[in-house]
Each structure stands twice: as C-alpha cells, then as structure tokens.
Design a protein around this ligand. Structure first.
Ligand SMILES: [Zn+2]
Length: 285
C-alpha cells in the first residue's frame, strides 16, 4: 500500500501546502481522500491522471476539504471519463454535487455538450459518470479485495451543537494487501475514530496546531472540540495503538516549529511519527 500526501494544509491559503487530499494506492486502485484546494493539480504531480481515479472519499464539507472536488469531477469528465466514478461522503454530499453540476457548472456543462454536438458527437452529462453514495457507517467492498470502512468522527458538532443532519464528519479505514491505513479527516477524540484507527499500520491524522500554538480559549476550544492539535493527535494514536502516525492538515509553521511539533508527539506516542508535507510518499510494505 502506498500513501501520497497530495495536500497537507488547511483552510488558510499556504504557499507551501495545498488543501487536504490524501491518495491511497492499493491493489491497483487509486483512492482519494478529500479533495482540497489544488487536488487535481497535485494528483497530476503524483503521476495519476484525474480520469483514472477509482474513488473519492469526502470526510466532511468544510470548504478546505471539498474546494477541489468540482475541479476533479469536471476535469475527469472533460478528459473523457465515462465509467462511473464512486464518490462517497457524509450526509449532504449528494446535494453538494448536485448543486455543482446543476447550478455552479451548468453553463459550462451545456457549453461542452453543445460543442461536441456541433462536431457531430454526443457527450453525456457528467452526472452519468458519477456514482455518489451518502454513507455514514458501513463497510464498502471495492474490487481486488480492497475494503473501506466508514465511521463517524467528532468534528465540532457537539461543541457547536449541530445535529447529524446539519454536520456529519467521517473517517475511513482502508484494508488491502494485509495492511490497514486509517484517514482521520478533521477530528477530535470520540465517536468511531478509536475503533476505526485501532491497530492500523498507519494513521493519517489531522494536527492543526502544535502545543505552544494552543493558547487562547478559542484555540483550546478548537483543539478540544473541533480538530486535534499535536497533543490530541499523539493521544489518539497512542490509544489506538497505531504503528505509524502521519500528521497532516498543518497550519503554517516555520521549520523550527514543525520540528518542535514532531518532538512533542514523539515524547508521547511510542510509534513512528512523520510530519507530513505535500507530495510525500509513504510506503506501507
Ligand atoms: Zn474541517
């Protein structure tokens, strides 16, 4: 199994980090987890053609995680993809994609279909190319023995008091070739994250802030209730007994701050720690 961190940033535009997007390649499948800013470009940099993706899994609907989703769908369609592309996401994913295709890009889609028609060719609507599934907690069996288990994680709904209909966030556990990798999405401890991550060979975990960046009440609320900082990520990985912790979704930091974050985590977590950066490839042999 191979993990490529396509984007390791967050909501703030960062010259060093694209938006959240993680590619997992296993048993001849290319699976994308989240579609943040620049995901299609980063996918090209990683050597994968956008039309060759096997599935896209969305963890939640913050703009930094889906900012590149329409770009991926439209680019795959524009590049001639016709076979269904599986898109899995939490409640609301279907209406978001419908909004993209029926409203945001409706004029572009009409243009391209009419352009092909002018050349005497028929082009199907991009919705024909999509297999969108709203999945909250379930195991998905993919070809070649790849299994993806979806579970719910806590990403602010309790702290901000939003219902499941208003806000739901998922994590994904991928099993293939005798290996298991869990992608946390944005999360703090709670709900199904611990069960999903348990004994994973690798956990790709958000760690937005280092310990010394968690100072104000807002930053404490954020890392306790919304998205793990480095101390919370270390605790979650330790509790789940994962072998390798790959930190992603990192707010802009100097090299010294990044190194300090790594030391903070290694002081607590007994396994291997990698502080992620864009286009880093991690082999899980
Ligand atoms: Zn988020």
């Amino acid at each position: 199994m191979k993990i490529t961190l396509l984007g390791t940033g967050g909501p703030r535009p960062d010259p060093m980090r694209y938006g959240p997007a993680t590619l997992v390649q296993a048993s001849r499948l290319s699976l994308l987890f989240d579609a943040g800013r620049g995901a299609a470009t980063q996918l090209a940099r990683a050597g994968i053609r956008v039309e060759d993706l096997d599935a896209i899994f969305i963890t939640h609907h913050h703009f930094d995680h889906i900012g590149g989703l329409a770009d991926l769908i439209m680019a795959a369609w524009n590049n001639g993809r016709t076979v269904p592309l599986l898109v899995v996401g939490p409640l609301g994913t279907d209406t978001i994609i419908e909004g993209m295709l029926e409203h945001v890009y409706a004029r572009d889609i009409n243009f391209r279909i009419a352009e092909e028609w002018a050349h005497g060719r028929k082009l199907d609507h991009p919705s024909e190319m999509l297999d969108v599934r709203v999945i909250v907690s379930q195991r998905i069996d993919l070809p070649h023995g790849v299994e993806v288990t979806v579970g719910q994680v806590e990403h602010g709904s309790k702290g901000i008091e939003l219902s499941l209909e208003e806000w739901s966030a998922s994590a994904y556990r991928v099993s293939a070739e005798g290996r298991t990798v869990t992608i946390s999405g944005d999360a703090v401890e709670g709900l199904e994250l611990g069960v999903l991550a348990a004994n994973s060979d690798a956990l790709v975990m958000c760690a937005y802030l280092a310990k010394d960046e968690i100072v104000t009440p807002e930053e404490r609320f954020l890392t306790d209730k919304v998205i793990a900082g480095a101390p919370q990520a270390a605790a979650i990985a330790t509790e789940a007994n994962v072998a390798l912790l790959i930190l992603t979704h990192i707010r802009e930091k100097s090299d010294e701050e990044t190194e300090r974050m790594r030391s903070e985590v290694t002081a607590v977590f007994p396994g291997e720690v990698i502080v992620g950066y864009d286009l880093l490839v991690v082999d899980i042999p």
